[in-house]
Design a protein around this ligand. Structure first.
Ligand code: ACO
Length: 320
């Protein structure tokens, strides 16, 4: 028994913030941001919209596309590092909104790698027969944790949510391999220090702090390593990939790695120019868009690869 994705959905805030908009509040410009990151604009949620609100819209769309009702869901997993509050979990808040009363609920904290981590956890539960229908969501609103005077971070991130419904399959499709890893030793290069037990009163600020160069070097290594390792597990090669959906952080990271791997650009899905880095939401949003655009067909071999705070990284191989 394997887990397969039966339906996807996504949700993005309406408000678009362009690079020119950012150049009015911080010392930057459109040309620099495009050239150094590939990002042209991002979506920013308003004050009244919490992570679970975006997660709810994405989840409803995924359930409708999968033709699964909320009550059929056994387990809700939400990958997020920007929950509505420390507890209850976003998964529990989402359960209540969806009226998915039969589900167990859990948040997965692995930042931008969260969707790959949650997909590996969810598919294992289905493979063991413990659960049959799982709702998986990647949702983040990192713009609420940005220092809008720090041009090294505030240009990078956007808000969003993506969701997938996992069901059991006994055919030759579904998630055929998962590979996960973390390097806690590099954790300080990307942190959100305030708000936890180390600093409950957020004396150190509640903003994302990043050593961009260190994370960039890690990201290039993480993307390449995770794709190679998960393909070895799947018994496949780079040439077998029909579509790679990498975490949407920076086009230079993606371009560098696919060139080194010899993977043509047509086989890589990129939408970071529209949304920036939406953290745990980036891969499920891209998956939903790619499917809707007809870029994913039955039998295709899809690789999802993410990297982020922790530092964490991981990948999954799906036969669609
Ligand atoms: N606009 C204009 N100039 C800028 C900006 C900006 N927004 N940011 C930096 N600069 C300047 C710097 O001050 C520096 O100027 P100097 O040479 O006069 O000192 C110059 O541009 C180069 O700065 P670098 O920091 O070397 O720029 P770099 O090419 O490394 O790009 C960036 C910075 C985009 C942040 C890059 O390092 C990056 O993408 N890092 C990876 C981030 C990432 O992928 N995170 C993923 C995980 S996120 C998660 O898990 C939550």
């Amino acid at each position: 028994m394997r887990a397969k994705i039966s339906g996807t959905g996504s949700a993005l805030p309406d408000k678009i913030v362009t690079n020119d908009d950012l150049s009015k509040i911080v010392d930057t410009n459109d040309a620099w941001i495009r050239e150094r990151t590939g990002i042209m604009e991002r979506r920013v949620s308003d004050e009244g919209t919490a992570t679970s609100d975006l997660a709810f819209i994405a989840a409803e769309r995924a359930l409708a596309n999968a033709k699964v009702t909320a009550e059929e869901i056994d387990f809700i997993l939400v990958a997020t590092c920007s929950p509505d509050m420390l507890f209850p979990s976003v998964a529990c808040i989402l359960q209540d909104k969806l009226k998915a009363k039969n589900a167990a609920c859990l948040d997965v904290s692995a930042a931008c790698s969260g969707f790959n981590y949650a997909l590996a956890v969810a598919s294992s539960f289905i493979e063991t027969g413990k659960y049959k229908k799982i709702l998986l969501v990647g949702a983040d609103e990192l713009t609420k944790y940005l220092d809008w005077t720090d041009r090294g971070t505030c240009i990078l991130f956007g808000d969003g949510a993506g969701a997938a419904v996992l069901t059991a399959t006994d055919k030759n499709d579904g998630i055929i391999a998962s590979w996960l890893k973390a390097e806690g030793i590099l954790g300080n290069s990307l942190i959100m220090p305030g708000g936890g037990t180390r600093d409950p009163e957020t004396k150190n600020g509640r903003f994302i702090k990043m050593d961009g160069k260190e994370v960039f070097k890690f990201a290039v290594r993480a993307l390449e390593t995770s794709v190679k390792e998960v393909l070895i597990q799947a018994g496949k090669s780079i040439a077998d990939i029909d579509l790679l959906i990498p975490h949407q952080a920076n086009i230079r990271i993606i371009d560098h790695v696919i060139k080194k791997m010899g993977l043509p650009k047509e086989k890589v899905y990129v939408n970071l120019q529209k949304y920036g880095n939406t953290s745990a939401a980036s891969i499920p949003i891209a998956l939903d868009e790619a499917y809707a655009a007809g870029k994913i067909k039955p039998g295709d071999l899809i690789v999802l690869s993410g990297f982020g705070a922790g530092l964490t990284y991981g990948a999954n191989v799906i036969i669609w």
